[in-house]
Write a protein that binds this ligand. Structure first.
Ligand code: PEP
Ligand code: MN
Length: 346
């Protein structure tokens, strides 16, 4: 339920309404925008009459949020959430380009790649150290050793690091090192993990599940937001369909649909969405034209010898060309590519 305060409501009136919301056992989410102060009453509200709050002083109107997700809903938070990333502001005018290998393979590999993607215009470095592999016999990642290499790459380039977390067991070590916790497609509905991440202050990139609907993705975001962590970006990374020509099918529709339903920034992963290096740039361009707030792209110095996802990894030169094109499309959209201003963690 949203309690919209009158534009001239006093701080005392706002406080009084908040006390009433808490008194009926609901949690409060206060949103003080430029246009209006909105008090979100979160919890089981369907049996509560709106008159309970409508009659309080300073209240303009009370609206029910019709969607099952509340904090993620644009109804509840009409302005875009702007997401700080190494001094830039994603979700506003700036577009994030996160790039790097599927897996961190060695110290020299990640450091060399970090310099190459930065040179090409990336604003964040990605790299997996705990890998969700289909086969238990495939390379599973370097673990904490890989995090140390990523931290060193960040120190040298200033690029913030985006790393996938697979389990709560990894939370302490991940929070110590990473700037953005990536929740992979296979863990989108790992609700215990989402709750645990919700209790941290570390930014999150939540990927859409292999066969998840847009509403399910937003409900997963709600788990994180309801724990108090507001720094959530959503990621379209392709969904499973009957089509076999590509690894997944990019749901390009999801970008404007999500922009309409939620205030959270939307990132597109054209690498996992297509599974083929040849198609990555085309889908990246389409994503920015469709209104995405950023891209996460797999880049490898030597894709033929990558330990994972080589087929879909761009070489740095192809990545640089893609960034240039995407930058031009961003301009048409009255936006610009983010640039790194300072590292988030050292
Ligand atoms: C990845 O980013 O390397 C990855 C495993 O992605 P997804 O969870 O989208 O499959
Ligand atoms: Mn990958």
């Amino acid at each position: 339920m949203m309690i919209i305060m009158k534009s001239h409501a006093t701080p005392q009136q706002v406080e009084h309404v908040i006390e009433h919301v808490r008194a009926v056992g609901l949690a409060v989410h206060l949103s003080q925008g430029i246009e209006a102060t909105i008090i979100g009453a979160i919890g089981e509200t369907h049996n509560l009459p709106t008159e309970l709050f409508e009659t309080l002083e300073g209240v303009d109107m009370v609206q029910r949020i019709t969607q099952p997700y509340k904090l993620a809903s644009r109804q509840f938070h009409p302005e875009n959430s702007v997401f700080p990333l190494a001094g830039s502001a994603i979700g506003g005018e700036e577009i994030a380009i996160m790039a790097g290998p599927c897996s961190v393979e060695s110290r020299s590999q990640i450091i060399e790649t970090a310099h190459a993607v930065k040179e090409a215009g990336a604003s964040a470095l990605r790299g997996g150290v705990f890998k969700p592999r289909t086969s238990p016999y495939a390379f599973q990642g370097l673990g904490e050793e890989g995090l140390e290499y990523l931290a060193e790459a960040r120190e040298q380039t200033g690029l913030p690091i985006v790393v996938e977390i697979m389990s709560q067991v990894q939370l302490d070590v991940m929070v110590k090192y990473v700037d953005v916790l990536q929740v992979g497609a296979r863990n989108m509905q790992n609700f215990n993990l989402l709750r645990a991440i919700g209790e941290t202050k570390t930014s999150v990139l939540l990927k859409r599940g292999l066969s998840a609907t847009i509403e399910e993705l937003l409900m997963s975001a709600e788990y994180i937001l309801s724990g108090g962590n507001k720094q959530v970006m959503l990621c379209e990374r392709g969904i499973r369909t009957f089509e076999t020509a590509t690894r997944n099918t990019t749901d390009i529709n999801a970008i404007p649909v999500l922009k309409n339903l939620t205030h959270l920034p939307i990132i597109l992963d054209p690498s996992h969405a297509t599974g083929h290096a040849d198609y990555v740039a085309a889908i990246a361009r389409a994503g920015i034209a469709a209104g995405a707030d950023g891209l996460i792209v797999e880049v490898h110095m030597d894709p033929a010898h990558a330990v994972s996802d080589g087929k879909q990894s761009l070489k740095p030169e192809a990545f640089a060309k893609m960034v240039k094109q995407v930058g031009q499309i961003a301009q048409i959209m009255d936006r610009r590519l983010a640039s790194v201003r300072f590292p988030v963690k050292q």
